[in-house]
Design a protein around this ligand. Structure first.
Ligand SMILES: C[S@@+](CC[C@H](N)C(=O)[O-])C[C@H]1O[C@@H](n2cnc3c(N)ncnc32)[C@H](O)[C@@H]1O
Length: 293
């Protein structure tokens, strides 16, 4: 039976809970805060119950304490991830990006956010997730002529084939491809095929991704991370560390023009919200442009 992606759903729960702290909430556009507030209420009941329980300061402190014990920095990486990804999307839009494609969009806000700014946006995910997302978007008033959904199955159709089936997708437009928490869940061959497709669709395309270099975690934290993902029936499949992922990007003509590491996030964003928490080791955000544009 198809089921929702719990890795995607827990990102919503964690983000919502943390933005109950006013200092953290101040860092986000009200659109983003409202989106996740609406989204947590939409999740199935075994997840949406967090919406009320996270109102309790004491329970929030308890969740933070227990999470930090198992995987230090996991919670703060969610805040950093949403903050910097939104900022980099804003920058890309200012720099003239004409279309946005969010791969493995899950329950995130970036497609709706970009479309609210008048940019044609495409959310891609597996069939059940896309169906759920679309239901949420329509029920919560985020629907727009600029926001489109497409289910993908990379074992049957390539990224380019799926996108070219969408009438409103225009491959001549300079497009930002987003992979937030996406490539980590794909086998190497699928990742290669996707990078090849992004390059072949338009040489002006840009790629914004997150990346977890699991080799930077100690064995216990690596075990916590991978077993947490397996427990909800998903798995991390990309067998690469940071250097090898950047090499792979190069192989397909992408050159990283901006890289934000967990340690930079720790020095930049975390102190500005008055917190003293680590950011998950090995977490990176990479913005890549095509070589020979
Ligand atoms: C960790 S979640 C990230 C969700 C969202 N981008 C975020 O960061 O909040 C991973 C997402 O990738 C999707 N995904 C995993 N494998 C996929 C595949 N082969 N094709 C399309 N989507 C996939 C999952 O369904 C899930 O929504």
């Amino acid at each position: 039976m198809p089921k929702i992606s719990h890795t995607a759903a827990y990102i919503v729960v964690k983000f919502y809970g943390l933005t109950k702290f006013p200092e953290i909430a101040k860092k986000f556009d009200p659109f983003v805060l409202d989106f996740y507030k609406n989204m947590i209420g939409f999740l199935p009941s075994h997840l949406s119950w967090y919406q009320n329980s996270l109102n309790s300061h004491l329970l929030r402190k308890f969740f933070i304490w227990s999470e930090e014990l198992l995987l230090p920095g996991d919670l703060m990486h969610i805040i950093c991830r949403k903050y910097y990804m939104t900022k980099l999307v804003d920058e890309a839009l200012k720099d003239g990006i004409e279309q946005v494609v969010s791969m493995g969009a899950g329950f995130d806000h970036l497609g709706a956010y970009a479309s609210s700014k008048g940019i044609s946006s495409f959310e891609l995910d597996v069939e059940f997730m896309i169906h759920e997302k679309q239901k949420f978007i329509n029920a919560s008033g985020y629907e727009s002529d600029q926001l489109h959904f497409k289910s993908v199955g990379f074992e049957k159709k390539t990224l380019a084939e799926s996108l070219n089936e969408i009438e409103t997708f225009d491959s001549t437009k300079k497009t930002l491809f987003i992979g937030e928490g996406f490539f980590d869940y794909l086998p190497l061959e699928t990742s290669k095929e996707i990078l090849k497709n992004i390059r072949s669709l338009n040489y002006q395309n840009q790629l914004l991704t997150t990346f977890f270099s699991l080799d930077e975690l100690n064995w216990f934290h690596r075990f916590s991370f991978t077993s947490g993902v397996s427990l909800v029936g998903e798995s991390l499949k990309l067998p690469l560390n940071r250097a090898a992922f950047i090499e792979l990007l190069k192989e397909f003509s992408f050159s990283v023009d901006k890289e934000i590491s967990y340690s930079e996030m720790e020095k930049d964003l975390v102190p500005s919200i008055g917190m003293n928490q680590p950011v998950l080791k090995g977490f990176y955000i990479l913005n890549s442009l095509m070589i020979n544009r």
